[in-house]
Design a protein around this ligand. Sequence first.
Ligand code: MIC
Ligand code: SF4
Length: 644
Amino acid sequence: MGYTIAEKIISAHIVSGEMKPGQDVGLKIDQTLTQDATGTMAYLEFEAMGVPRVKTEKSVAYIDHNTLQTGFENADDHRFIQSVCKKHGIYFSRPGNGICHQVHLERFGKPGKTLIGSDSHTPTGGGIGMLAMGAGGLDVAVAMGGGAYYITMPKMVRVNLTGSLNPWVSAKDVILEVLRIMTVKGGVGKIIEYGGEGVKTLSVPERATITNMGAELGATTSIFPADEITREFLKAQGREEDYTEIKADDDARYDEVLNIDLSSLKPMAACPHMPDNIKTIESLAGGAVDQVCIGSCTNSSYLDLMRVATILKGKTVHPDVSLSIAPGSKQVYNMLALNGALGDLIASGARILESACGPCIGMGQSPNSKGISLRTFNRNFLGRSGTADAEIYLVSPETAAASALTGVFTDPTTLGAKVDIPLPEKFLINDNMVIDPAPSHEMDSVEILRGPNIKPFPTTSPLEKTIDATVALKVDDNITTDHIMPAGAKILPLRSNIPAISQYCFTVCDKDFPQRAKELGSSIIVGGANYGQGSSREHAALAPLYLGVKAVLVKSFARIHKSNLINAGILPLTFENESDYDGISLGDKITMPDVADVIAQGGKVTIVNETTGKKIIAECELTDRTRDIILAGGLLNYTKLNGR
Ligand code: MIC
Ligand code: SF4
């Protein structure tokens, strides 16, 4: 039987386990990336492991999230990361060089290779046929040290694309359609592979938009074949030698197949407050718009922004709309500057931001109260924009630009004839903002520069024999890491300081949670389905750990968050009977007798609700390795005990 694209890459990198769905497989990792909001922690963890130089083929640290320097904290983090990179063999992409996923796609990604990144949108690399996955910082640190990255072998989903997109319909609309069909839970435990004749009509940046937002499906990753179009892209990036063809075998077996006729798609929006709440722009047309933001790792490529520039050229942004544009990389920005398109954007009244994540992670450009904001981003979770009552719609760059001009939701297909923008034959190549590490013989002389806000990784201890705790919080389905550990301009600078950032943990849901949990000393969190979806931020596990959370009991988990909990030594439990969710409340006292022995033996955990007198049975799905990690009190302890 033949292999899928992902199976080909997995089989070439497997170091432990078998390629059978549900089994734990360890993969050799060729490349890693970090960004600064998760990077400081990842490099503190890397330092704690005591490995002198990274063992990957290429590791790159990007500064793109915390670029608003409203105090010393972010600048100190940048300086710390830069010095760690120089010493330990990591390439450093300076602030201003662009968003990690966009730059990695342009300059470093290679078909057929494995990549993990401490950011959930790392699957952007699937656009050039990489097996690229989001992971917690600690997993990235371990991979940099030469350790394997473990995933549960996913099921394979094939999305067959036929036909081609109609004018003004965009790659963004393709992934919004997949989200409409599969929902934000639909990709959990799966790899989404794109194939079929329609693939040939999509350029690499368009493919990358689709794989990028596959993160919102909860998928392990998404991937396109590497074909002649990939070769052309790499050639235009001056890297044709990095090309290898990679495609699924004709007799590859898929667990699910989805068919999408590209020519049937219309411009769409993900409506507040979930990326799978999809409506057509046609059905929203005429509704007033206050703000439009164009950018993010989903939609800020050269092609995207050239399309925006042709729509805005010679026109003025509607008086009631604020339009901001953040080009995805210095390469994109510079090319727009040199070909005159930047002039068209500026002339239209667009507010041009630096090449960084910016408004996508609430670093500025929060909408007005109850503001309607159209964004080309990938997440519209409640409060993420920085304005609690704003309504965020996720749209294509074409819809965003058209609506910025009219001041109302505008279907771009009403714009008339489309100007075709070809992919450049040669991109502007200038890697002067990437700093090479020092040669190994000079590493000892490199001093690591730490700032006062950089606090050590919190200490963890082996799993307690019996857990006595109180329910410190009860939440519903689809809780995101933006609920657990909010971001934004005020909180992001505290990413290197767990004691300080933990004061904001879950405050979106319950502002008293941090104080309550701290006072309780030992607590658990109860939640619904798909708990922890969204970001890879391990702070969503480290802050609860710091506040004394011992276990999280839910209906189901999102992949990266579950492994971050395990890495932090917090027990991830699921209800055996989901109906037991109703029988446990905030403030209930619980006991888990002999839990350490039960986990060691792979049994089910009994939770005695001392308040109601009832018993709840919980499952703790662990592999041999993750069981040992939990028993040791987290991955760092486990790594110290066992080597890698
Ligand atoms: C996000 O889009 O939510 C982030 C900010 O990029 C996160 C990483 C983080 O929280 O630092 C992600 O997607 O993993
Ligand atoms: Fe940055 Fe937004 Fe992409 Fe996250 S989703 S990496 S914040 S641009």
